[in-house]
Ligand binder design. Structure first.
Ligand SMILES: Cc1ncc(COP(=O)(O)O)c(C=O)c1O
Length: 402
């Protein structure tokens, strides 16, 4: 026990028992509710986008330090909160922001919800580039707006945006907003500056507001570079909304701390007013401490280690697929800790695929069809896990297909 306590939490190979906590990813009831099916007790959960790695020591220390204080009153992040976010944006992406542009949020999805209600009306269309993070679709429906699909174009296994389709949809007066996923969950694309500019110019031309969900912006692999959309042109800052969080990068989604960056004063006012109207001006005491601990030089170092580990995992999946499951197609992800596997070579229906992989093999992946048009016959595999777990999952998938 003493030995374990002394061990640094930064070793990505260290295995944690996540079944004794309330961690949704590893709770059998949680998985069963998600799939609406019974699953094996010895399931390997590779579904929800949180990782099995321990947090960096500085976060654990900051959270424990705050917990030791013994009073957990209402929380108002001070000036240093914005300062840490500004440091990070400048350091990682060369984007100079003002702390005044930031609003603290409990989650990125709540930020999307606020933006939809602040900047569009019921019955209007919201453009979504599928296959994409499934709550984009559900939240648009739940807010009484209409999801308008502009599916990504697949060039062999590489995905691109469909700019012609976008121009057609953006030109329709009923489509008032686009939700951008950058980098893109689940296909793993890190959009280039050129792609982002083309998208933004079309949306500006037709006065379509972009809500840019950039929560995966830090998980980007060698040869690729993430560019915050709003950093590209002051006009984008005047019109569009940026959302992000340390949740994916530092594996702290349970601390419920995200933020928006909105340079335009009027837009920020409208967003903040809607946030208040929805009673979403919620700040988590520990989340605020976490931001101060992670958006630092130490955070950069820790992230470097994480990216190496994830890259090795991605390469391993790619190699395994190539040599052991040649009927599966997979492109190396440019970013995110998600692999997007195409099983259409097996000729199975989506139900059969789910039955074989999720239920029989007990490797819990997200069914591709849940990400909207274009996701059929795919599974999304979360590789934010120890190599040992990954090996067992791959072996089980192969056996299920054999
Ligand atoms: C693209 C994207 N946005 C948002 C989220 C969720 O973020 P939050 O928990 O801050 O709402 C996820 C989680 O998987 C995601 O992939």
């Amino acid at each position: 026990m003493m030995q374990e306590q002394k061990e640094s939490l930064c070793g990505f190979d260290r295995v944690f028992d996540r079944c004794r906590t309330h961690d949704l990813k590893w709770r059998q009831e949680g998985v069963e509710a998600y799939l609406n099916q019974k699953v094996r007790q010895d399931m390997i959960p590779m579904w929800i986008a949180d990782m099995d790695f321990g947090c960096m020591d500085e976060i654990v220390k900051a959270v424990k330090g705050r917990a030791d204080h013994g009073i957990y009153g209402y929380c108002a992040p001070g000036a240093e909160f914005g300062g840490h976010i500004a440091f990070w944006e400048k350091e990682r992406f060369g984007w100079k922001i003002s702390a005044d542009w930031i609003t603290a949020l409990p989650s990125v999805v709540s930020g999307i919800n606020i933006a939809i209600r602040a900047f569009s009306k019921e019955g209007e269309g919201i453009i979504i580039q599928t296959p994409v993070y499934d709550p984009f679709i559900s939240i648009v429906k739940r807010t009484g707006r209409v999801p308008v699909f502009n599916p990504l174009k697949r060039k062999q296994s590489h995905y691109e945006m469909d700019f012609e389709g976008l121009e057609r949809l953006a030109s329709l007066p009923e489509n008032r907003m686009l939700i951008l996923c950058s980098p893109h969950n689940p296909v793993g694309r890190v959009w280039t500056e050129d792609e982002l500019r083309r998208l933004a110019e079309i949306c500006l031309k037709y006065d379509v507001k972009i809500v840019a969900d950039e929560i995966h912006s830090d998980i980007v692999y060698p040869g690729h570079h993430h560019t915050p959309l709003l950093s590209l042109d002051p006009r984008y800052g005047q019109n569009f909304i940026h959302l992000s969080a340390p949740g994916k990068t530092f594996n702290v989604p349970g601390l419920k701390m995200s933020f928006s960056i909105i340079p335009d004063e009027e837009n920020k006012k409208a967003f903040d007013t809607m946030q208040l109207a929805m009673s979403l001006d919620i700040r988590n005491t520990f989340g605020v401490e976490c931001v101060s601990a992670c958006y630092t030089e130490n955070g950069i170092q820790w992230l470097d280690g994480l990216l190496k580990y994830l890259w090795n995992n991605a390469e391993r999946v790619h190699e395994f697929v190539r040599t052991e499951m040649p009927k599966v197609t997979m492109e190396m992800p440019e970013g995110t800790f998600l692999c997007w596997l195409d099983f259409s070579g097996y000729g199975l229906t989506d139900e059969e695929l789910l039955k074989r992989i999720n239920l029989e093999a007990g490797v819990i992946c997200v069914p591709g069809g849940w990400f909207g048009p274009g996701g059929e016959h795919h599974l999304r595999l979360n590789i934010g896990c120890q190599r040992k777990t990954l090996e067992e999952a791959l072996q089980r998938i192969k056996e299920a297909l054999d």
